[in-house]
Design a protein around this ligand. Structure first.
Ligand SMILES: [Zn+2]
Length: 272
């Protein structure tokens, strides 16, 4: 019964694909989130989740989509990545939390993902029906017909397979909007720059081999250009604007302390 209803919903959705309403977007995001939560190793730690939700919500509520029901969750893997589903579901990997040295660095990553949702980047891809993968993932999300293995292959931790193969232009937009989101939330956007630089040096230290940050670079192309763009935005931000911002907060220190007490993340599985 449930499957029939959902299959009908997929058909309705497919035929009305020219434009996705906010209600459809949220429904799709919720379906995908349910799958992600089932397929990925979620950290589910109350202290850490609560901090990431507080910080993420604070940033999301400065945007034009403050009215969405935003959700933030942490994936228990050292692989460095973050991704957003339609409708306001944002995921950040433990590897990002481990590498962030202050709240503004984490804020930069969250601000970027939030902006992908604000600008409906994945919804636009669905509307344009670019590529068979998007169609497959929608069917998977809405009908739940995918076998676990197939779904697990599609939903890799980077989310690269289905959620987002964003264009460089989308990435630049997410950086630029994310930068403003972070600033409006009262955090210093310099954290975006320092975090990117940190990832870049880790990637360079790996000398072209696979490292915990490799996924980040394949999912987020043009990191050098993006660093230059963030530097440009920083130089255009007045000192008085930056002066009132915070670089970190007490909750961040508590979150890091808690993270250090947890057992290590499970090793990445194949396809992640
Ligand atoms: Zn992005």
């Amino acid at each position: 019964m449930r499957k029939t209803l959902l299959a009908a919903a997929t058909l309705a959705f497919a035929s009305a694909c020219a434009s996705v309403s906010t209600q459809q977007e949220v429904q799709l995001g919720a379906q995908e989130a349910a799958q992600v939560n089932q397929q990925l190793p979620m950290l589910n730690d109350p202290v850490i989740d609560s901090y990431v939700n507080d910080l993420g919500s604070r940033i999301a509520h400065t945007t034009s989509r403050a009215d969405l029901d935003w959700h933030f969750a942490v994936v228990n893997t050292d692989v460095v990545n973050a991704f957003a589903l339609p409708g306001g579901y944002v995921y950040v990997n433990r590897g990002v939390l481990a590498r962030a040295d202050n709240a503004s660095e984490l804020a930069g990553v969250l601000g970027h993902e939030i902006e992908h949702v604000v600008r409906r980047h994945s919804v636009k891809q669905i509307e344009q029906q670019q590529g068979a993968q998007a169609g497959v993932s929608i069917a998977c999300a809405l009908t739940n017909v995918c076998s676990n293995q197939a779904a697990a292959a599609a939903i890799n931790i980077g989310g690269a397979a289905i959620f987002a193969k964003f264009s460089r232009q989308d990435e630049i937009q997410a950086d630029e909007g994310g930068f403003q989101n972070v600033l409006k939330a009262g955090y210093n956007p310099t954290g975006m720059l320092t975090f990117f630089q940190k990832l870049l040096s880790e990637e360079q230290a790996a000398g072209g081999g696979t490292s915990a940050v490799s996924n980040w670079f394949s999912d987020h192309p043009g990191t050098q250009d993006r660093i230059a763009d963030i530097q440009r935005m920083l130089s255009q931000t007045s000192q008085s604007q930056l002066q009132g911002t915070q670089t970190t907060d007490a909750g961040f220190a508590q979150m890091k302390q808690r993270l250090a007490q947890l057992p290590p993340a499970p090793p990445p599985q194949q396809g992640q």
